[in-house]
Ligand binder design. Structure first.
Ligand code: GUN
Length: 296
């Protein structure tokens, strides 16, 4: 096989979605609506600064109004909840994104439950998570799982009856992705296994997978001998590993040993350039949908 012929180009797929979103933004403009997205970042987690910066730039490029609130790491939960309450009532902003992770003294569950479900473009509110679990399409689906799903669909990967193994059971990726692919729906219907740090013989589960999604946050964990030949491999991980040769002193690697796994995979996401751009594309799509629903 051509060694580069099995790459899923997440950037190109994300651009496709951005073009669709841009057309919706144009349609909203004809009735005087500009979608708005408010970002909230607490503390100075360097990765969060980078992620929010990338999301802001895409907003600017597509013509989504954005505003970023940066709060000190010592912000109290009451202060953060007060800001969220203000944003819930602010008509110019249709989406609210509180960047995770939050400092440890803040209760994430209470914070995400405070965002109005109608503006919860992250899909983290219990109402939206519940709707996802129930297969009710009226809610918002978290952006990374939605991005992985869309990336599989647009790559022509058959999901019905496929054995999908998701590595990682986090609330942001693993759990909602499992719910999404498991749905009784023409574009889902997969058989989903979720593996985690306590799973017995995890490699054996992986080797059965037609589609293997790595989202547990362990650098280069998935090795070639854990992958069935021809399987679709999706790498959600973003891990910093020390690298004395890099100017920053570190480099970013995924959860998949890309060099080892690529020759064995049927299709594989590069990292970067796979899931990351899709996550941002789904965020903007959710924001435009929120704007349409809130102003319709
Ligand atoms: N941190 C990592 N992924 C995400 C995401 O999709 N949304 C937010 N708010 N924080 C994150």
């Amino acid at each position: 096989m051509n060694p580069t012929g099995n790459l899923i180009d997440g950037r190109a797929l994300a651009e496709q979605i951005h073009r669709e979103t841009a057309a919706e933004i144009t349609a909203l403009a004809t009735r005087g609506v500009q979608p708005g997205l408010a970002f909230v970042r607490v503390g100075d987690d360097p990765a969060s600064q980078v992620y929010v910066g990338m999301k802001e730039r895409q907003c600017a490029r597509l013509g989504v109004r954005s505003q970023t609130h940066v709060l000190p790491a010592a912000t109290s939960e009451a202060e953060l909840l007060a800001l969220i309450a203000r944003l819930n009532d602010e008509p110019a902003f249709h989406g609210i994104l509180v960047q995770a992770p939050l400092p440890a003294h803040l209760n994430s569950a209470r914070v995400y439950a405070a965002v109005s479900p109608a503006k919860d473009v992250d899909g983290f509110h219990p109402v939206n998570m519940g709707k996802l679990m129930l297969g009710d399409p009226s809610g918002f689906v978290p952006c990374t799982p939605a991005g992985v799903h869309e990336l599989l669909l647009r790559s022509g990967v058959a999901l019905a009856g496929a054995d999908v193994v998701v590595l990682g059971r986090g609330n942001i990726v693993g759990k909602p992705l499992a719910a999404l692919l498991l749905q009784k729906a023409p574009q889902a219907d997969a058989t989903v296994t979720v593996c985690h740090s306590r799973t017995r013989d995890l490699a054996a589960h992986c080797r059965r997978a037609d589609i293997l999604v790595a989202a547990m946050g362990v650098a280069e964990f998935v090795k070639a001998d854990m992958v069935k030949p021809g399987a679709v491999v999706v790498d959600v991980g973003v891990n910093r590993v020390p690298d004395p040769a890099a100017k920053s002193g570190y480099r970013l690697v995924g959860d998949v040993d890309f060099a080892g796994v690529q020759p064995r995979a049927g299709l594989i996401t590069p990292n970067p350039g796979g899931v990351g751009p899709m996550t941002i594309a789904m965020l903007l799509r959710n924001t435009v949908r929120a704007a349409r629903l809130l102003t319709g």
